[in-house]
Design a protein around this ligand. Structure first.
Ligand code: ZN
Length: 328
């Protein structure tokens, strides 16, 4: 009797399990669709580039550590763009696709990200000079993460101008471990960033928010700019695409960081969203719009707190959809 009961119990348990699995199989596409729809609604017309990259055509990356040599430099006309003053105290010295920013303070310059090795000399050093800023005044360089499109000029700034380089610990380690990634030399480990750390120069501070996901040491930031004297709070997202090994835990880490940054941005009153790729924050278009701005019009970067929140909803929802797609 006991044995019979246990057989029945086991059969019921298996049946329940199968029913659960069937329900999951039916619900999984719906659940993925719900995340994709939430992301699409959050993106609206503001963040279509982010939506396209993360939800429409996300990368599927094998679970191996990549350590490849950088390819040859592409033709100059594919990346070169002129530098620009964007706020009273923030200058664009990036390329057509990658952003690098000079935040000016009463004690010198804090540089955010450094493009590739092949274009950092012309865009950053040359760009600062064109804007009548002194590259030797760059006291800090904050690198959001150690990929070749953001860390490429760090060694130049460290060697030539003795700028202090700030980066997350795991990304410093990835540089040190790399065999092929830095044929022209590596920046030496300098300041290791911590969550909540303030990088202060003169009258200005940049607050670090650690947002692991895109890389294990990805840093995002909060700081204040001025638009004709009016202070505006900026949320700067340090890593966006899903080009990390595609595993459930990695997507979970990524999503958690998006929610963490959304909360930090809201608490700081951020109404400006910036990224290190113009694909994600529309920098090139906004800089053009700025040149055509009429008196009394809002700054093109001032999208409002609600839109800043929607940006991090897009990245979070797309990551949740990608994670569900991986589930068996
Ligand atoms: Zn990257």
């Amino acid at each position: 009797m006991n044995a019979h009961r246990s057989h029945v119990g086991a059969a019921v348990a298996i049946l329940a399990g199968l029913q659960g699995a069937c329900a999951w199989a039916q619900n999984k596409p719906d659940a993925i669709d719900a995340h994709l729809t939430a992301a699409k609604n959050a993106a609206a017309f503001d963040f279509t580039g982010t939506l396209a990259r993360l939800c429409v055509a996300p990368a599927a990356v094998p679970n191996v550590v990549r350590d490849v040599a950088p390819g040859p430099a592409p033709a100059r006309n594919t990346w070169f763009t002129e530098p620009a003053k964007v706020f009273d105290n923030l200058y664009f010295v990036g390329s057509k696709f990658h952003n690098s920013w000079a935040l000016t303070t009463s004690g010198g310059i804090i540089l955010l990200d450094t493009l590739y090795t092949y274009n950092s000399e012309e865009e950053i050093v040359g760009g600062l000079k064109k804007l009548k800023l002194d590259p030797a005044a760059v006291k800090y360089v904050i690198i959001t993460h150690a990929h070749s499109d953001h860390v490429g000029g760090a060694k130049l700034m460290q060697d030539r101008f003795h700028s202090r380089i700030v980066m997350g610990a795991p990304d410093w380690t990835s540089i040190e471990k790399s065999v092929h990634g830095y044929p022209e030399g590596k920046p030496k480990r300098d300041i290791v960033a911590d969550d909540g750390q303030k990088i202060t120069l003169g009258d200005t501070s940049v607050t670090i928010v650690t947002t692991p996901g895109h890389t294990p040491g990805t840093l995002s930031m909060l700081f204040t700019v001025k638009d004709n004297g009016k202070p505006l709070h900026v949320a700067y997202s340090g890593g966006t695409a899903f080009n990390f090994p595609s595993t459930g835990p990695n997507f979970e880490i990524y999503s958690n960081s998006q929610r963490k940054m959304a909360a930090a941005a809201a608490a700081s009153g951020a109404t400006v969203l910036m990224s290190n790729h113009s694909e994600f924050d529309n920098s090139i278009m906004k800089i053009k719009a700025l040149a055509a701005r009429k008196a009394g019009e809002a700054h093109p970067y001032e999208v409002g707190a609600e839109a800043v929140a929607r940006y991090f909803k897009v990245t979070d929802e797309c990551a949740q959809a990608a994670r569900l797609k991986l589930a068996p």
